[in-house]
Design a protein. Sequence first.
Length: 267
Amino acid sequence: MLKFISFGSGSSGNCYFLSTSTDALMIDAGVGIRTLKKHFRDYGLSLSQVHHLLITHDHADHIKCVGSLSHELHLPVYATEAVHHGIDRNYCVTRKVDPIDRHLLVPGTVIELGDFMVTPFSVPHDSSDNVGFMVEAQGVAFCIITDAGCITDDMAQYIQRANYLVIEANHEVEKLMAGPYPWHLKERITSSTGHLSNKDCGEAIATNMSERLKHVWLCHLSEENNHPELARKTVESVLRSYGIVAGKDLQLDVLKRTMPTGIFELG
């Protein structure tokens, strides 16, 4: 049985965990080691179970602990070449990834990591580079898309294949525009290399889901420009406009920004 936990999803830190009975990987390392150790103990798990660390992009909330986590656990770090260079340049990453632990990802190229088949794919965002992941194991297809300015045709194909989907619902446009952010930041967030709005997220799900899609988690919500219930209601409304009923046609949950979820069993 494949299992999924989110240990944090938002600008304070992002980290996601997938495991089989014999292997585990993490996606992004924006949560500190001490915090992760506590969360793992709370769930009766150990960080030593993790054998692979995948990185989406080089913004601090996704990588600030990558070097220290990799060094302490002797974890190989998988990222595109541009993201590895971005990690080296990012002053928020006080411990860099040791050269021996650096491994390259190429978008569209499948890589076998223990029990997992992992396919990175390009995601538009204003970082050095950015990828989403399709992770396949035990007949389950798990897709994660975070920090996405828009949905490309290539990304849509991975959503269409997914049984389980983590996808960004960053902001409610009206709340963002009425808020205190300076105009240049509002333009950045709403651009094609910024972040998906709740409505954009709902449209991405509704226009690309297949009968295989069982469960969707909304991720990377803005603390200032969104709210969990607002994100859920907006996405549910968009889905209903397409004749899709959350809770019936698929399960819909919102990931917490700074707290872990329970353990979700994917099968």
